[in-house]
Ligand binder design. Structure first.
Ligand code: AMP
Length: 302
C-alpha cells in the first residue's frame, strides 16, 4: 500500500478500475468491511482519509474528531487497500470553495434538520473525491442511511459514472453500531443505555418480520423502548424511503427506521433497513469480540 496526498498521484498510480472508500479515519470494523468488500474485486482499492471541515458546523467538534494516522494506515493495509489518499486541507480546498453541492429534499428531515449544512458539506466533498479519483465503484455504509441517499441522488443527477454500493451496518457484540464516537461512551450504565438503541430497532425489526408495515406502529415500538430509559435523550425516530429519505407511512418499498439520540453527551445514530420484497429487516452484522476501537485485537479479521 502506498500513501499519497494529491489527486494526481492517485490517478497516476491506480492501475485499471478503482474501487473507492471515503472515510474520516479512526478506522473500525465498519470501515474495514467496506475496504474488504472492495478488495474482493480485482480493482485498485483506494481509501481516503479526510476530516472534512465543510461538514462540521462546530469548530470544536471538528477539533475533537479522533485521529490516528499510523493506526489507520496499518488497518487499511491489512484490510486490502492499495492506495491510501490522505490529502491536507490545502489540496482539497486551496481557497474557500464558492462551488458547493446541495441535494434538496433528500438532505431535509432527520440528520438534515439537526445538522444544518452537514449534507451540503458531505455532497461537496464526495463530488470532489469522485471527480479527482474517478472511481468505478464507491462503498458506503448503510449506518449513515440518509447520507447514502444523498450520495446516490447526487451521483445520479450529476451523471457521475460511479457505482455507489451500500453495505451492511457492522455492530459491536452488544448490538451498538460501530462508530468512532463509541470510545467516548463511558463503561457501565451509559454503555447499557447505548445498547438499547439497537434493542429498540431490533424490536421494531421483529414486528416488521412478522408482517407489520405501518410506520406509526414500528416507530411506537422503538420509541417505547427508548423512552423507558431516562438517560436516552431521543432526537428523532423516523421511517424513510431508502431512495430519497422522504418520510413514508406504509412500507411498500425499501425503507429504513432510523433514530438519533444522545447518551452521556455522545450523539449516536442507527437504523434498520426494511425490505418488503424479502419481508425481513436487515440488522447488519455483529462482532463476536471487542472492537479494535478499544485497542488492537484479532476482531479486525471479522
Ligand atoms: P466515516 O469515517 O464516519 O465518515 O465513515 C466512512 C464510511 O464508513 C461511511 O460510508 C460510513 O457509513 C461507513 N461506516 C461507518 N460506521 C459504519 C458501521 N458501523 N458499519 C458499516 N459502515 C460504517
Amino acid at each position: 500500500m502506498k500513501t499519497v496526498g494529491t489527486f494526481e498521484e492517485v490517478r497516476d498510480l491506480a492501475v485499471g478500475p478503482v474501487s473507492f472508500i471515503p472515510t474520516m479515519g479512526f478506522l473500525h470494523e465498519g470501515h474495514l468491511s467496506l475496504i474488504e468488500a472492495a478488495a474482493r474485486t480485482r480493482d485498485t482499492v483506494v481509501v481516503s482519509l479526510f476530516v472534512n471541515p465543510l461538514q462540521f458546523s462546530e469548530a470544536s467538534d471538528l477539533a475533537a474528531y479522533p485521529r490516528d494516522l499510523d493506526r489507520d494506515l496499518e488497518l487499511a493495509r491489512e484490510a486490502g487497500a492499495d492506495l491510501f489518499f490522505a490529502p491536507d486541507v490545502a489540496e482539497m480546498y486551496p481557497s474557500e470553495p464558492v462551488t458547493t453541492v446541495t441535494v434538496a429534499g433528500v438532505s431535509e428531515g432527520m440528520e438534515g434538520d439537526h445538522r444544518p449544512g452537514h449534507f451540503s458539506g458531505v455532497a461537496t466533498v464526495v463530488a470532489k473525491l469522485f471527480a479527482g479519483i474517478q472511481p468505478k465503484r464507491a462503498y458506503f455504509g448503510r449506518k449513515d442511511a440518509q447520507q447514502l441517499a444523498v450520495v446516490r441522488t447526487m451521483t445520479e443527477e450529476l451523471s457521475l459514472p460511479v457505482d455507489v454500493r451500500g453495505m451492511p451496518i457492522v455492530r459491536e457484540s452488544d448490538g451498538l453500531a460501530l462508530s468512532s464516537r463509541n470510545v467516548r461512551i463511558s463503561e457501565g450504565a451509559s454503555r447499557s443505555s447505548a445498547a438499547m438503541l439497537s434493542s429498540a430497532l431490533y424490536a421494531a425489526g421483529d414486528a416488521f418480520d412478522r408482517g407489520e408495515r405501518r410506520s406509526v406502529s414500528l416507530r411506537s415500538i422503538a420509541t417505547g423502548i427508548l423512552t423507558a430509559d431516562p438517560s436516552i435523550d431521543v432526537e428523532y425516530v423516523e421511517v424513510a424511503n431508502a431512495g430519497d429519505a422522504s418520510p413514508i407511512e406504509q412500507i411498500d418499498r425499501l425503507s429504513f427506521l432510523a433514530l438519533a439520540a444522545t447518551i452521556d453527551g455522545v450523539r449516536l445514530i442507527d437504523n434498520v433497513h426494511l425490505d418488503p420484497d424479502t419481508g425481513l429487516a436487515d440488522r447488519g452484522t455483529r462482532l463476536d469480540a471487542p472492537s479494535i476501537l478499544y485497542g488492537r485485537s484479532d476482531a479486525a479479521d471479522n
